[in-house]
Design a protein around this ligand. Structure first.
Ligand code: ZN
Length: 331
């Protein structure tokens, strides 16, 4: 009797059901696999969900590949999506850099995937549409072809084999651009290589308040990374701790004397960290992943509808938002 019942149950489930029953929980694909397969934003109001390195994004806008003062790079990666405020910020910063005579334009690197989330390669953050990479190279006068945007060398501003900037490459324009970005009120912090921070500390002069947002970090010598604050309307966006008030220049010693010192080779290579699973992200990210496709142009229009050029609107009261359905609580 029991056997018959079991057989009937199996028959009803079919092969897929049987496989699902047999599959251990660990067979769920890594979240990076699920999110990197999405090439359209999730419908809904713009919302960053979770933390910069553990979250996702609904209602994304897309930075156009070309604008009056920018060119987006590595188009094949399809990581030009962000919170509409991030996209507006990049357009605004590019225009300001141009009008201030710093650079004719910016080369913009990765922002986020269409629905944010972990990426198959390259970043641990950039998951909630509030992080963007800007190359440390002036935009060329010519429009690059799509192929050139794939191949254009990602050039370091450091001296070869050293931890300090190459003064044959570095000019005050680099400093002025990073300062311009840091002084934007939407910017929470900026990551640069410690060698760049050192140069900024040495050349900032008396106006140093902006330096507090410029944080030394590994890498980041071919580009700098701008992180915006959680935006109004994103109740589930987890903010990062505020940067301190000082210029951070006296902390650089630790970077050069400890952090960047070549580490002795470990006897056994470290075990790689297991990848983030969907169940490890905020529950709403499952809803974002499965949501119908939204219109990235509409997402952008919603924030510029006020007619003041978009950016100012991010401080206006958030529009009444359509809540995302609550996901089933994870077991
Ligand atoms: Zn970055």
């Amino acid at each position: 009797m029991t056997t018959m019942k079991t057989l009937r149950t199996f028959a009803a489930l079919g092969l897929a059901g049987l496989m699902a029953m047999a599959a251990p929980a660990s067979a769920e694909p890594a979240a990076k696999k699920l999110f990197s397969a999405k090439h359209e934003p999730a419908a809904g109001q713009p919302q960053s969900i979770g933390f910069y390195s553990k979250g996702c994004l609904a209602g994304a806008a897309q930075l156009p590949a070309d604008g009056p003062a920018w060119q987006a790079m590595r188009l094949s990666r399809d990581r030009r999506y962000g919170h509409p405020v991030t996209v507006a910020f990049l357009e605004h910063l590019a225009a300001r850099a141009k009008s201030a005579g710093i650079w004719r334009g910016l080369l913009v690197g990765d922002i986020s995937q269409a629905r944010g989330g972990p990426m198959a390669f390259g970043h641990s953050s950039h998951q909630v549409g509030l992080d963007a990479d800007i190359w440390l190279q002036e935009m060329p006068a010519d429009r690059l072809t799509a192929k050139e945007r794939e191949d254009f060398p990602f050039r370091s501003v450091l001296k070869k084999g050293a931890l300090t900037v190459d003064d044959r490459i570095w000019t005050s324009n680099y400093r002025d651009l990073i300062k311009l970005a840091a002084e934007e009120p939407q910017v929470q912090r900026i990551f640069v290589h410690p060698g760049i921070k050192k140069k900024l500390c040495e050349t900032a002069g008396r106006d140093r308040a902006w330096l507090s947002k410029v944080r030394p970090y590994y890498g980041h010598h071919e580009h700098f990374h701008v992180r915006l604050f959680c935006q109004p309307g994103s109740e589930n966006c987890k903010p990062q701790r505020a940067v301190g008030g000082g210029d951070g220049c006296s902390e650089l010693g630790w970077w050069f004397n400890v952090a960047l010192k070549p580490a002795p080779k470990p006897a056994k290579p470290a075990k790689p960290k297991p990848p983030l699973m969907l169940s490890g992200l905020p529950g709403q990210c499952r809803v974002v992943l499965n949501a119908p496709a939204g219109d990235p142009t509409a997402a952008m229009a919603a924030i510029s509808a006020g007619g003041t050029g978009g950016l100012a609107n991010s401080y206006a009261p958030a529009p009444a938002r359509v809540p995302l359905p609550t996901p089933r609580p994870a077991r």
